[in-house]
Design a protein around this ligand. Sequence first.
Ligand code: CZF
Length: 209
Amino acid sequence: MLRYVTTNPGKVHEAERYLRDGSVERLDFDYPEIQAAELGPIAAQGAREAYRHAGEPVLVDDAGLFVEGLDGFPGPYSSYVEETLGVERVHEIAADLDDRRAAFRCVLGYCDGDGFDASPDPVDRGDRDAAAAAGPDADADDSDALPVKLFEGYVPGRIVAPRGEGGFGYDPIFEHDGETFAEMDTERKNAVSHRGRALEKFAEWFADR
Ligand SMILES: O=c1[nH]c(=O)c2ncn([C@@H]3O[C@H](COP(=O)(O)OP(=O)(O)OP(=O)(O)O)[C@@H](O)[C@H]3O)c2[nH]1
């Protein structure tokens, strides 16, 4: 059984379409997240932690909002900023910027405790670089050697005044193609979103392996 490991019901709701054949179940576990400038290393280490906890194949989802005019902030800190400042404050800060372009990114990390053909891609390389930069202690635990396969999704947009009732998180202030994510139904959001794109890549790879 594959476990989709997250504390965020909004993520699970969006993933259901891709995971609905009964072979995946949500596991509500708050795995420890490392601090890093990129999502890849956070998802990779999170997948290892989640696998160690679950003892069966896991998929974790690390996501964030990257605002151009704020040099990518809040990025990997999106969850913390949502909890502390709140989405409305992020919009207020962005409203003063000349450049309100933004992007959502999502990295899914899959770990089954086994080896598989983890052909290097830019995200995988980022993980290795980050592990090297973290110093020798980063490799102290044997589980750090567990291979993790990463899948990335990205969607460009811009920050606008809040509109719409759907979705979760920053959805009301993120506009793509004239609509905010909170104005889209789940199917429409999945068709264009960072998570939908990453899940599509994962589902294709998972079915073929
Ligand atoms: O408007 C949004 N539309 C999205 O599609 C979306 N995806 C993620 N986010 C936000 O970005 C942070 C992720 O943080 P995150 O990956 O650490 O997840 P999380 O802490 O919510 O749960 P977990 O999966 O780690 O348990 C959190 O603030 C999420 O609300 C989104 N906001």
